[in-house]
Design a protein around this ligand. Structure first.
Ligand SMILES: [Zn+2]
Ligand SMILES: [Zn+2]
Length: 342
């Protein structure tokens, strides 16, 4: 259902000066409705069923056009022929390929991507594309168990996992601010932690509502295999932050600083990955979440600065009064009157 709706604006994609082609539109539409990885011949067979007058050459030409236009991605599973997957609202991913049934399974891992980037940077290599393919035997082939892969839609899986990550982060953020509110002594600082805890709570229920809506699109969605593997995800930041709050000697300023560190890390994480993904619900979830985290970050920084100023002012006052006390009767009456006027 979600894939049928996910049809890009073909008029926008059409190269300048080329005519609208109903044949091409038909081929593109049939192709976009497919999940998984098709060979050119698979697509020819599907098209022939829809309209037998369309030639093999037209299908091949259109496939190449889709690759050039960024609608399709060419993948090579080492079978001696290419396969094609649609890239519209379909995040870039890695593959597990079963050599028994020839099926392939998709996944995405921020940790693998980070490692690849690290290696490329260390070797001063400009990476354009990385392909990770793991060959072996799938669960269904090795155990005979029925898996929930059949009919799964990677855009939905991506949105599901993006929401799960955002929800986990929101939960640990809530825990962090609730603990902070109990700990912070400065009344205004405490108010801020309270406010953020309340905000996290309301965001959390919005995200959970969205998650329930998503589940309505596919009754099996909950039980389908994980698509996004994000080991170093942002919810770990807040959990570590909450632990730091528990330590002795954490004063109000330090508590705010810990909050700033968590929010900054979380904002960066969601923004970095959100920007990397192709247009999709999962991308939107990440970028919206990144914006929320930025707002929290800015709020905390403002509060931190205000608290530093307040402490400085009270510090000055205290210093000034102790100076006066120390000076005692040596202060001239005129000077005392002037300082009282201030
Ligand atoms: Zn298999
Ligand atoms: Zn794929």
């Amino acid at each position: 259902m979600a894939t049928t709706a996910a049809v890009p604006d073909l008029d926008r994609l059409r190269p300048a000066g080329t005519k609208r082609s109903s044949k091409r539109d038909l081929i593109v539409n049939v192709f976009l409705k497919q999940e998984g990885h098709l060979s050119a011949d698979d697509l020819v067979a599907l098209i022939k069923r829809a309209d037998h007058r369309i030639s093999r050459a037209t299908v091949y030409r259109t496939l190449q056009w889709m690759v050039d236009a960024g609608i399709a991605r060419k993948v090579d599973f080492g079978e001696g022929r290419f396969r094609f997957e649609h890239s519209y609202r379909h995040p870039r991913h890695f593959h597990l390929i079963c050599k028994t049934c020839n099926r392939s399974y998709e996944f995405l891992s921020s940790d693998i991507e980070a490692l690849v980037e690290e290696v490329a940077a260390a070797r001063a290599f400009t990476a354009r594309q990385s392909v990770v393919q793991i060959y072996g035997t799938c669960d269904a082939c090795s155990t005979g168990r029925v898996t929930q892969d059949e009919g799964s839609n990677s855009e939905l899986l991506f949105a599901r996992d993006a929401l799960r990550i955002a929800i986990a982060t929101e939960r640990s953020g809530l825990e962090f601010y609730a603990r902070g509110a109990r700990l912070v002594k400065d009344p205004r600082g405490r108010q801020i932690f309270h406010k953020l805890a309340t905000e996290e709570k309301s965001h959390l229920s919005t995200l959970e509502g969205r998650y329930q809506d998503l589940l309505k699109q596919d009754p099996q969605l909950e039980s389908r295999p994980t698509f996004l593997f994000f080991k170093g995800a942002a919810h770990g930041l807040f959990a570590a932050g909450a632990d730091q709050l528990r330590r002795d000697g954490v004063d109000d300023l330090e508590a705010l600083r810990i909050g700033i560190r968590c929010e900054r890390g979380s904002h960066r994480f969601f923004k970095r990955y959100g920007e990397r993904f192709e247009d999709s619900e999962g991308k939107r979830i990440f970028l919206e979440f990144a914006d929320e985290e930025r707002e929290h970050l800015e709020l905390l920084i403002r509060e931190y600065r205000a608290l530093v100023k307040r402490q400085r002012a009270t510090g000055h006052k205290a210093a000034a009064s102790s100076k006066r006390a120390r000076a005692g009767g040596r202060v001239k009456p005129g000077a005392r009157a002037r300082s009282a006027q201030r």
